[in-house]
Design a protein around this ligand. Sequence first.
Ligand code: ADE
Length: 272
Amino acid sequence: MTLGILAAMHDEIADLIALMQHETSGAQCRRIGMRDYYAGEIDGQPVVVVLARLGKVAAAATTVTLIREFGVNAIVFTGLAGGVAAQTHVGDVVVATSLIQHDLDARPLFPRHQVPLLGIERFATDDTLTRELLHAAEAFFANNLLSAVGAETLAAFGIAQPALHQGLIASGDQFIGSASEVARLRALLPDLLAVEMEGAAVAQICHEYGVPCAVLRTVSDRADDSAHVAFDEFLRRVASHYSAGIVRQLLRRRRISGRTGAPRPTRMSENG
Ligand code: ADE
């Protein structure tokens, strides 16, 4: 069972690639479409790790390559998000149960947010993988948070007791950084937890190919006028540790529960 792992920013996967290189089997790198795909193992689990870069087009293209060239059986996206709901604070984790493209609007031809000719607005993530990711995040918070991030850094970013949320995430090709934009999104999507720039594209491709997917986001900002201020520092000092720690917990759990096996054959015929 090969897991495809992708992220938008280098820091979110750097530790995972380093871990692969320490496994006895090492990591094989293949460059396709200007992206480096690292295939190997982490904690004895087969994985392909890749930097997708930012935005929906980049995420969709990378997801297709993971499925068609590497035959991954499931996909996890790990990255940052802006918290939109009142309860999503910096340092929290949001695991998507569904994803929507907030900037997709082909009215009057199709309803707002609906993917034309697919008839879907919200893409559901895979129940089992999402549950596994939630348990992995719980275990990371309980066992690894303090040692991975450090008390000083947690205090510097005002992270006391990070919470875990599950629900709707919205993706669009925009960094959301104003209170008025957040208010507009909240009015359109009252159950929205967080915004980012890739997840719904990954979920759409996974739906089209019949591949289970899950999306994990660390809340880096509140998508308001100060959203950009500590972005890079948060990524480097906090979110990179969350990503590596939670993905590792996920892989350990999958190994223990025996979710391993032969990878899907590559270049198989398309599903649907
Ligand atoms: N990723 C992290 N914060 C974000 C924001 N405010 N808007 C879009 N994507 C993000």
